[in-house]
Design a protein around this ligand. Sequence first.
Ligand code: SD4
Length: 348
Amino acid sequence: MLNRRKFLQLSSFAAPLLSVKNVLTNDVSQTKPIVISTWDSGKDVNTAAWKILSTGGRALDAVEAGARQIEDTINCCVGLGGYPDRDGIVTLDSCIMDEKANCGAVGGIEQIKHAVSVARKIMETTPHIMLVGEGAQQFAIENGFKKEPKELSPDAENAYKGWLKKSEYKPVINIENHPGENPGKDEHGPFAPAFFDDGSANHDTMGLVALDNSGNLSGAVTTSGMAFKIHGRVGDSAIIGAGIFVDNEVGAATSTGVGEENMRICGTHLVVEFMRQGDSPEMACRKAINRVISRDMAKAKTFQLAFLALNKKGEYGAYAIQKGFVFCVKSNGEEKIIPSKYVFDTQG
Ligand code: SD4
């Protein structure tokens, strides 16, 4: 018979195997609290969110703290250090949603660092959900947010100068190459840079969703949006149901990639609805990706779009159109960067 000591020895032997299984299937059950976030920069974002989740805090506070962490990072691809629009102006989109379907969003806001906190302020203190442009900035300043200088970060400045030579709006397929973990071309070094030398941009969005100890879900997303976009363009990261969606009975989802392609299908809402019908988070993301691809396969090969989802049990999963999307997970049992499953390997 298996005594307790033997069982513990066996389980500690089995733990690494179980965690390999989890990487392969992304299947963990009854895990809370937990936070998952887009791209490898999600690792530090998760750490910020975890400070709140691990001490019994609210998922809403955790996702805001995570988004603020990356908005604070200087010279980063998300936030005011990100790439500007075609007129050389950085504009941010963000949205946030809690377990009661309260939500707030901000689109095309300039010179305010913490777009996610403006979105939360809109959610908590106004009868509205979204403010955009000058009105959003005015609201932020009235509510004590500091107006930041207009200048571009050094990286963004260089990229913009490079881009101006041709001034063509041609988003690159956003990927990250992790040697060993994510086999493929590593010509951009151990981690693909956010921005390539010719002025083209990689990824610029942080989306995260969390489940707290009380079993409540929340999500937030923040971005400088597609580089060199037309001034005034607002992307999916400001749209509830596209950038994020939360249904506390079911699950939550977030997205990154070409926002227009996500907005066409209200992607994160769709992912949550698939989970409601019984799909696992990964299958729900896969079905939303299929919805996009089935409309125009040839076009889908030319852009990146990825979904990341978490259900009420703390199970998570992701799916991307292109190889190269990674996401980060943090819970009591795991802290990982996981390469997402994908449909096409056009970069390989
Ligand atoms: C947008 N979805 O503005 C964002 C861009 C993005 O990684 O996710 N980039 O369309």
